[in-house]
Design a protein around this ligand. Sequence first.
Ligand SMILES: C[S@@+](CC[C@H](N)C(=O)[O-])C[C@H]1O[C@@H](n2cnc3c(N)ncnc32)[C@H](O)[C@@H]1O
Length: 232
Amino acid sequence: MREEQEWSRSEIFDMTLDDKARKLSEEEFIGFQPEHYECGGREQFIYLLRAGLMPDSKVVDIGCGVLRAGYWLIHFLNPGCYFGIEPHEGRLENGKLRILEEEVLAAKVPKFDTNPDFNTSVFGEKFDFFLAYSIWTHAAKWGIEATLDSFVRDAKPGAVFLTTYLPANEEHPDYDGDTWVGSSHESMSVGCIHHSTEWVEEQCAKRELTMERLPPDLTYRMSWLAIRKAEA
Ligand SMILES: C[S@@+](CC[C@H](N)C(=O)[O-])C[C@H]1O[C@@H](n2cnc3c(N)ncnc32)[C@H](O)[C@@H]1O
């Protein structure tokens, strides 16, 4: 029997979100410190609300991990409106079965995919919001380009892509490797990378996307961007 099935329902309902994240972290690294589960997810949700999120918005959460933002989004959105991509199958299962409440999973029917190609077309949907939190902080340039190509192809007119990155500077050079840095389905290493703001601007401009800088979050002081398709 898998260990997560040993949790009783009352144990799950009596736990706070951070308790659940702490318990998962005792078994395996969940991608971040467990004390940042509740505050970090709430903050991502607030960025989406500020950008105009509505209950009927269709949202794709790229690299959704253990559903840190997904927890809030799945609760808030109408059934069938949340889509998550996460190639680390164990993290995804923990988010679905050990963090999210069983009833909520059944009622809200979120959809998930484990492709590692940042490919949002797998859902056959058009989205109002793309979210990629702490993904560009680990992804090589080809991965960032793949998320932007997905946005161009699979976002509705007027859609917003909220993403975070760490701007390169003298201390932290622009990353030019071609592999993911940090923990993933393929690696247990930790680490973050920086990308040049000019390069990000060029990638947006090349795809006729506009890029707005938003204030950094309080959880990690990451730089946020709101990327949109240019008005016709
Ligand atoms: C730092 S965590 C952030 C997770 C989540 N966005 C959050 O805020 O908790 C980065 C996540 O990206 C996932 N990841 C790694 N490679 C990926 C890929 N090729 N496509 C999508 N996600 C990937 C990792 O497994 C991990 O769960």
